[in-house]
Ligand binder design. Structure first.
Ligand code: PAF
Length: 282
């Protein structure tokens, strides 16, 4: 496996591959790879001839008081996991290599970034769109895989790709969970034993909400109230950031689930902010 830290060198290598007729796949990550990431890599592997994985804790998607400096990092473990998954190229740049001191260009999809995580993380999706666009330009990838845990991120990126005619196919990959239902996340490492024991109740609450919707309750206010009560009872140490039901493509709140709705939540537990979602269809 080739390891590259210089963006220009990455671009040169990928352009050479393209000239040789190879298709390129990309899995962008912020490292500290877990089974969720390796399943994205596994999903991407058969889709391309050459697979690039990026490991970059992107500073521009963190707000001022967020966890940029404490975000977990373990490059040696990431390298070993990527290699074991048959990755061809690991791209691990330094922040200064990705952003010049006078960096001045941003990519945004503001309308899809108002609600859910965008409401409390105002610069987050602008940072994500900008770095992902840079990775698309550097790798010339034809396909990229993103996890559905960050459903809003995937919706924002799909719209960006469509609106800007970026020649890439995005694949969304289902959420990978622990046996007890907790969605895998690098930030789970922040949880204390007590918080970790309660955290699966996020998923349990969402499943109960989906059952209620299936049984005929389509009023979003009633469903959200129900989930807030569930969380109050089962996650006493959790501080709800949001409980929302949105149109799955537009990421705008809906009042009634007609055809489909995405129930999405963010809960702060100690140092961790955990997100999860469930799609309600039919
Ligand atoms: O989902 C993530 O880990 C990040 O937002 C991404 C897509 C790698 C961009 O930094």
């Amino acid at each position: 496996m080739n390891i590259i830290t210089d963006p220009t060198e990455l671009q040169r290598q990928c352009l050479t591959w393209r000239k040789q007729g190879h298709s390129i796949g990309l899995v962008p990550t912020m490292g500290y790879l877990h089974h969720g990431h390796t399943s994205l890599i596994g999903r991407a592997r058969p889709e391309c001839d050459r697979l690039v994985v990026s490991v970059f804790v992107n500073p521009t998607q963190f707000g001022e008081n967020e966890d940029l400096s404490s975000y977990p990092r373990d490059f040696e473990s990431d390298r070993a996991k990527a290699e074991a998954q048959g990755v061809d190229l690991l791209f691990a740049p330094e922040p200064g290599a990705m952003y010049e001191a006078n960096h001045a260009t941003w990519v945004e999809v503001p309308r899809l970034a108002i609600h859910l995580c965008g409401a409390t993380r105002p610069v987050h999706f602008r940072g994500v769109c900008t770095v992902v666009t840079k990775l698309f330009m550097l790798t010339q990838a034809e396909v990229a895989v993103f996890g559905e845990k960050d459903w809003q991120q995937l919706a924002v990126l799909r719209r960006m790709v469509r609106d800007l005619n970026i020649p890439i196919r995005l694949i969304g990959h289902p959420i990978v969970r622990e046996e007890d239902g907790l969605a895998l996340s690098s930030r789970n490492a922040y949880l204390t034993k007590e918080e970790r024991a309660a955290a699966p109740n996020i998923r349990k609450g969402l499943l109960k909400l989906a059952e209620k919707a299936k049984a005929g309750e389509r009023d979003c206010a009633a469903l959200k109230r129900f989930l807030a009560e569930e969380f109050a009872a089962t996650l006493p140490m959790g501080e709800v950031d949001y409980i929302e039901i949105v149109d799955p493509d537009e990421i705008s709140p809906i009042t009634t689930i007609a055809r489909s709705g995405l129930a999405a939540v963010a809960v702060r537990m100690g140092k961790a902010r955990l997100i999860d979602n469930i799609l309600i269809e039919g």
